[in-house]
Design a binder for this molecule. Structure first.
Ligand SMILES: [Zn+2]
Length: 407
């Protein structure tokens, strides 16, 4: 089966999934048409990564009927919509516990799909209540003695890094030249769109499994305090840099999907270096800036990032310079506007050691670099409640920091 046959069959599967006559999940169409297909002999069936790349084994697609292929797409895409990869990191899932995370998140996905898939077991036989979150199933599974009952095994590894955030050796690098995948911000936009359509669709049909009702309201009516969001963003940024998906490929291995050879990436776990770039323009609220910086400090401490690896750079609007300061307490707000955070990010990336994560604290009224940064950039955009804060580039992980702690 050649690549265009695979594409045709996948197109038929996606159509089956979203069309009224068959799967009838019209709200999934934004999501399934945002997937990028990567043909790979190195996956058994079909799997995803957190960048919405769908790795597909061409022989499996050829040998499997369209409806079954469609159901697998539905399964995979709900892992991405639910951000099970990011949540696995937040839940502290490790190589030792990822089988339980997989099972917990699969139970949850099984509850939102309108068909029965034996690979996505219902909670009943495990004596779990229905409609729990992936985290709640995971904790219950972790509490079970391993001897009690064999956990569902997944010899085909259908759920990859798109489910648990742990990179597999068939995964392309984030931002791969040929198949870059989606940014965090693009993925968030898809989730929002699907959540709106899912809510509308369910309104006319009735019941929504509890976990997925929570998913919709978390996306559409978020009430999460900014410090929690910032905390999670920094944790993930440093996590990426620290080795969870940090592997050193040779140049040729980046073309693995083209050459099909097995590549074992070399893992390394550096002590992360972090740069914090602070806007000193007059509209920045001093107290809020200190709070944001305090939050950043506490996450970095909890991640055991030594102070010596944290560089704080103050971008001065008046003289357009970037200076290194000992702490945010030493940042003097210069007043006026016109700060250029692109300059600050550029200076941060040139630091020694180069940072694995750049955190920018700004009012958002600034130019940004024209090209995406090679490392995660988190922007804490400081402003007032219900204020329309300025846009940030798509490749920046944005956190709106507003004084009362609620959006
Ligand atoms: Zn799964």
């Amino acid at each position: 089966m050649n690549a265009s046959d695979v594409a045709d069959r996948l197109a038929a599967a996606k159509l089956w999934l979203v069309s009224q006559s068959a799967g009838d999940l019209p709200y999934l169409s934004t999501a399934v048409y945002s997937l990028t297909t990567v043909i790979s002999d190195r996956v058994a069936m079909m799997t995803t990564d957190p960048y919405w790349r769908l790795y597909v084994n061409p022989s499996w697609v050829a040998a499997t009927d369209v409806q079954r292929v469609a159901q697998e797409v539905g399964h995979q895409v709900w892992h991405l919509l639910a951000d099970h990869a990011g949540r696995a990191q937040d839940a502290g899932v490790s190589a030792d516990t990822r089988d339980r995370w997989k099972l917990g998140s699969d139970i949850s996905v099984g509850e939102v799909l309108p068909w029965y898939d034996p690979r996505l077991p219902p909670p009943g036989p495990l004596h779990f209540p229905p409609n729990l979150s992936a985290e709640e199933y995971y904790l219950r599974l972790r509490a079970r003695p391993v001897t009690e009952e064999p956990l569902a095994s997944d010899p085909d590894e259908t759920c990859g890094s798109g489910c648990d955030g742990m990179a597999r050796d068939h995964d392309l690098l984030p931002g791969d030249d040929l198949v870059p995948g989606l940014s965090t911000q693009a993925a968030e936009a898809i989730r929002k769109r699907v959540a709106i359509e899912f809510r509308e669709h369910q309104a006319s049909r009735g019941s929504v499994p509890g976990e997925w009702e929570r998913w919709v309201s978390n996306i559409l009516d978020p009430v999460v305090p900014w410090n929690q969001v910032l905390h999670a963003a920094v944790r993930r940024g440093v996590g990426w840099g620290q080795g969870q998906v940090d592997y050193t490929y040779s140049k040729i291995s980046r073309r693995q999907h083209a050459i099909g050879a097995a590549v074992i990436p070399a893992m390394r776990r550096p002590v992360p270096a972090v740069a914090v770039v602070v806007d000193t323009s007059g509209s920045i609220d001093d107290g809020l800036l200190s709070q944001a910086m305090g939050e950043v400090r506490s996450v970095l401490t909890s991640l055991a990032v030594p102070d010596s690896n944290v560089t704080v750079l103050a971008v001065d609007a008046a003289v357009q310079t970037v200076s290194r300061v000992r702490d945010v307490r030493d940042v003097r707000l210069a007043g006026g506007g016109g700060t250029d955070m692109a300059m600050g990010i550029h200076a941060a990336l040139a630091g020694k050691p180069p940072p694995q994560t750049v955190i920018v604290l700004t009012d958002g009224y600034t130019p940004w670099p024209d090209t995406p940064s090679p490392v995660p950039v988190i922007a804490g955009v400081l402003g007032r409640v219900r204020e329309q804060l300025p846009d940030t580039p798509e490749w920046v992980q944005r956190v709106e920091v507003v004084p009362d702690g609620w959006r």
